[in-house]
Design a protein around this ligand. Structure first.
Ligand SMILES: [Zn+2]
Ligand SMILES: [Zn+2]
Length: 353
């Protein structure tokens, strides 16, 4: 899998637009300032500022930033909530409409400027209707553009929940949010998924699997030409390894799972960031160490941990990635099995499968 560069060999292109959990969490101004200070200190300590090419200042500095700064200093994992865009040769799929869908829509409108209506089609899949997966929908321009056409799917509650949130006769209309369901004319159909019945679009197959989450949630498996991507966010495993989900995700090239809590935070032995320790069992999220065990059992090539806790800083996320990578290497030795590559997807990250 290539995270950086498109090539002609991919079958599934995954692009992340929102990977923050629970609530959008933009960087604080003080955090931006700290990143600038940390970056300058790192470059000075490394002696890199002595080698700047003043004749080509911008490209010279860009090279230093690219080559000598950690991701947490020079960038951010982002603060928008769940939204993933997936393209195959047959279709474009959006999973979840958290606040990340706003940037998805801005990008889509420029991508589709020249496209005919025939090409301006997409499938929207909802994992579930918690507001962090839903509240970008009214802000996404693409859903109002009558040149576009989207079919929306989710579990059996999807149509009713959308009417409750955004319908003309909803109690919430004109109090929590204006009624927009009749205005998002690009969303042509809202269809509950039938149990165990996959959607097939050309050579792309979309299957779903029920997860354990308050109010229920769906995992989705996208298969195309033998390649597999699984999105299984907002799920609390009842055992350390979830054999049902591992079966559903067997031999996945990438599986996206909950990256909200470490095991010690889940059990209430430590707090998230500087927060007080709180037991988080029953909250609907699996600790990352257990996600890793399921990814091992599924024989997944890559584990993407998203739905990050909104209190987590970029540097903490980077430290957790180092810890989990070490943990995976230990398990790999013990199990005599190659570990999945672990990553925390950031907004705008491309993965080509
Ligand atoms: Zn969520
Ligand atoms: Zn949820």
């Amino acid at each position: 899998m290539n995270q950086q560069n498109a090539n002609n060999n991919w079958n599934i292109h995954v692009k992340y637009w929102g990977t923050s959990g629970s609530i959008s969490s933009p960087l604080k101004p003080s955090s931006v300032t700290k990143k600038v200070i940390d970056s300058i200190c790192t470059l000075i300590k490394g002696g890199h500022l002595n080698n700047i090419d003043h004749a080509n200042l911008e490209s010279s500095v860009a090279d230093l930033v690219h080559n000598h700064l950690p991701f947490s200093s020079k960038s951010t994992f982002g603060g928008n909530t769940s939204c993933v865009e997936i393209n195959t040769q047959d279709c474009m799929i959006i999973i979840d409409c958290g606040t990340g869908v706003i940037n998805f829509g801005i990008n889509l409108e420029s991508k589709w400027t020249q496209a005919t209506s025939e090409k301006r089609k997409g499938v929207i899949l909802f994992s579930h209707m918690h507001y962090d997966h839903l509240f970008g929908l009214p802000m996404c321009q693409s859903f109002y553009d009558t040149n576009n056409s989207f079919d929306l799917y989710g579990n059996e509650k999807v149509a009713g929940n959308l009417l409750d949130f955004f319908g003309q006769n909803s109690d919430m209309v004109n109090s929590l949010y204006p009624p927009i369901l009749s205005k998002v004319k690009a969303i042509k159909n809202i269809t509950p998924l039938e149990e165990k019945s996959p959607l097939v679009i050309g050579s792309t197959k979309i299957s779903h699997y029920a997860l354990n989450h308050p109010g229920s949630s769906n995992a989705y498996k996208i298969e195309c030409n033998g390649k597999i991507y699984v999105y299984a966010s907002d799920h609390e495993q009842l055992t350390e390894t979830d054999s049902g989900l591992a079966d559903f995700s067997k031999n996945a090239d990438a599986i996206y799972m909950d990256g909200q809590f470490l095991l010690s935070e889940y059990l209430g032995h430590s707090g998230v960031g500087s927060g007080i320790p709180t037991k988080r069992t029953g909250w609907g999220h699996t600790p990352m160490e257990w996600c890793l065990l399921t990814a091992f059992t599924a024989n997944a090539k890559s584990l993407h941990l998203g739905h990050r806790d909104p209190r987590r800083s970029d540097i903490e996320t980077e430290n957790i990635l180092a810890y989990l990578t070490g943990h995976a290497a230990e398990l790999s030795k013990k199990n005599h099995q190659n570990p999945p590559e672990i990553l925390f997807p950031h907004e705008e990250m491309d993965c080509f499968i």
